[in-house]
Design a protein around this ligand. Structure first.
Ligand SMILES: Cc1cc2nc3c(=O)[nH]c(=O)nc-3n(C[C@H](O)[C@H](O)[C@H](O)COP(=O)(O)O)c2cc1C
Length: 167
């Protein structure tokens, strides 16, 4: 599918069917994430693919994933992340968000619904999934067969002339 069409079709799904996501689809989603670029090619991002009943229960203590059968916890190692020398900015969140974005669109391309989640309790994620201090849980991507047809903000975007300034 044309990328712009894919981007138009995607929306945040907050209702999922109970069907599991097939293993080959999970592998494709993860491969799309693994292929992501990262600053200096440091590749600091790691993903925890949560699909077991127990894993989903542990995740449920940290956030609402709207009963999605699969959730990808996208973490980045801040000790392995590139740092901009001019101001100390680290690309931890950026690198993790590129991985999240690529996985989100691969899932969309395969007809799956997704929800990008930042509203989670990081301390609970750390405790329940045994993350060391240097691993930052940045995003959670819920994935599954969607049981809704749109979202309240689907397609609601600022106009192009507000979005861009040419100089
Ligand atoms: C960085 C980021 C964090 C988000 N966190 C949440 C969240 O915690 N919970 C939620 O329901 N939606 C979350 N969303 C989804 C946004 O609310 C949604 O993308 C936005 O309203 C546009 O709607 P659409 O994705 O349906 O086009 C998040 C999206 C992004 C990009």
């Amino acid at each position: 599918m044309d990328f712009i069409e894919l981007a138009r079709r995607r929306y945040s799904s907050r209702k999922y069917k109970s069907d599991k996501v097939e293993d080959d689809k999970i592998r494709s989603i993860l491969e799309a994430g693994r292929l992501s670029p990262s600053a200096r090619n440091d590749q600091p991002v790691r993903v925890i693919a949560v699909r077991s009943q127990e894993g989903l229960r542990k995740l449920g203590e940290a956030c609402n994933i709207y009963d999605a059968p699969l959730a990808l916890i996208v973490c980045a190692d801040r000790d392995r992340t590139w740092t901009r020398s001019y101001d100390g900015m680290k690309t931890t969140d950026i690198d993790a968000s590129i991985v999240t974005t690529q996985m989100m669109y691969e899932a969309t391309d395969m007809g799956l619904g997704t929800l990008w989640i930042c509203m989670f309790k990081p301390d609970v994620i750390r405790k329940n999934f045994g993350l060391p201090e240097n691993m930052v849980p940045v995003n959670i991507l819920a994935v599954g067969y969607k049981d809704d047809e749109t979202s309240k903000n689907h397609g609601v975007r600022i106009p192009m002339d507000e979005f861009v300034r040419y100089e």
